[in-house]
Design a protein around this ligand. Structure first.
Ligand code: CMC
Length: 400
């Protein structure tokens, strides 16, 4: 593990001088990768990485996955309680009304090269949304809530439009009468999804909505903490989520599963070969979970159901054998990206769109974190340890 820690002067690992008003010199703590560092308070989610527990604002993820929709979870994250029927109806109506893209943003998507990385296209379009939002730089809590809603409503439209345009099809206007899951699958595929596909996708959205101070959320809060705007912050967060060590892992998982399928090897041998070659197996391991990610437990059941229903049993069998081999060989467990990849694949979604779906859902968590950040803002500004040279003297340019 790349973690190093040096402490001065208290030396006990606690940041005793975290209070802004303190004038005494701050103890310096060094932890590469900020592992185990608590940077702020949040009411949004809690992860117990030892037992595999995830809570959104007091509710266990399994309970939420079984008994709520993505929109109810969005409301919970933004407002701090689950909505009643009238509140949910109002939120749904607001999301539906905001789903359509400004025409200029559609034009931006039309000019994106068809081989562009979908996360790059999404990052660009989300950034462009700011240019057509008169409230983009309004920092009031009311405007920020409306922007959170708008961003959540429009992200699915961007993803679907990008995908259709790159395939030479026309982008479809949102139906504006259904759930996020329903409208997204309709705009992507050009036909309304069945109830089962809609519900499966909706559960995926619930599972990906929020996850503490992960890399993209942290990136977003760092930007927000400078008192920059919500669009800038979520654009930065999208950039962080794109990375294969974070949200980009779900695409890498599918590539791995397809490679296994072509290889003719058993999943066990396939994993053993990868480990012998010192390769990382994508979709495994986590900075916080040291046991099975509770979202992976739910997604594994979904893979089982879908693979039986669709006669594609191999995705479940591969997944379980890979999981057992990784646990036996390395003591490492699947994370959310491992089983979600097969779910999206069986729902007929193109592999390279998987991380954009993660974004679609996480937009709620990011925006909730930004609202929380601005309710008690403090600039986030850690330090680096200087390891470069000293005492060099500038040699005039024509003598270098
Ligand atoms: N395959 C093989 N070995 C692994 C893996 C893996 N996926 N993950 C961790 N390890 C090993 C690693 O080689 C190291 O071993 P050693 O101590 O012998 O050198 C040990 O486990 C600790 O790894 P680390 O990289 O120091 O741990 P980390 O906390 O920095 O890494 C991680 C967390 C998620 C970056 C890492 O587990 C990883 O690269 N996983 C694959 C990518 C992935 O699935 N990312 C999605 C993360 S969860 C969802 C999300 O945030 O998007």
């Amino acid at each position: 593990m790349a973690t190093q820690e040096t402490l001065t002067p208290s030396g006990d690992g606690t940041d005793k001088a975290a209070k802004p008003a303190d004038k005494a010199p701050l103890p310096v703590i060094k932890r590469v990768g900020l592992e185990g560092v608590v940077a702020l308070d949040s009411v949004l989610s809690f992860i117990d990485g030892q037992v595999g527990e995830l809570i959104y604002h007091g509710y266990d993820i399994k309970d939420l996955a079984e008994n709520t929709t993505f929109e109810e979870v969005a409301y919970l994250l933004w407002k701090g309680s689950l909505p009643n029927r009238a509140q949910l109806d109002e939120l749904n109506a607001q999301l539906q009304a905001e789903r359509e893209l400004p025409p200029m943003v559609l034009d931006v998507l039309r000019s994106v090269p068809e081989d562009a990385h979908p996360m790059a296209a999404l990052r660009t379009a989300v950034s462009a949304l700011a240019l057509f939002d008169s409230e983009a730089d309004d920092p009031s809590p009311e405007a920020n809530y409306r922007k959170a809603l708008r961003l959540t409503a429009r992200t699915p439209t961007i993803i679907a439009a990008f995908d259709r345009l790159r395939k030479g099809k026309e982008a479809l206007a949102p139906l504006k009468r259904n759930s996020t899951a329903h409208d997204f699958l309709y705009m992507l595929n050009g036909e309304e999804p069945g109830t089962a596909a809609e519900r499966t996708f909706d559960v995926c959205l619930v599972l990906h909505a929020e996850h503490g101070l992960n890399a993209s959320t942290f990136a977003g809060r760092v930007i927000g903490a400078t008192l920059s705007d919500m669009y800038s912050a979520v654009t930065g967060a999208i950039g962080a989520l794109k990375g294969p060590l974070h949200g980009g892992a779900n695409v890498e998982v599918m590539k791995t599963l397809l490679e296994l399928d072509r290889s003719g090897k058993s999943p066990e041998q396939f994993i053993l070969d990868k480990l012998a070659a010192k390769e990382r197996v994508m979709g495994f391991g986590h900075r916080v979970y040291k046991t099975l990610d509770p979202r992976a437990v739910i997604l594994r059941e979904m893979v089982q159901d879908l693979s039986e229903e669709r006669g594609q049993r191999q995705w479940y069998d591969y997944g379980v054998e890979m999981m057992n081999t990784m646990e036996r060989e390395k003591g490492i467990y699947p994370n959310v990206d491992f089983f979600s990849a097969s779910v999206y694949h069986m729902l007929g979604i193109d592999m390279d769109l998987f991380t954009t779906i993660f974004t679609l859902s996480r937009m709620t968590g990011w925006t909730a974190h930004l609202i929380e950040q601005w309710s008690a803002n403090r600039l986030i500004r850690p330090r680096s340890e200087y390891t470069g040279p000293r005492n060099l003297k500038v040699v005039p340019i024509n003598q270098r």
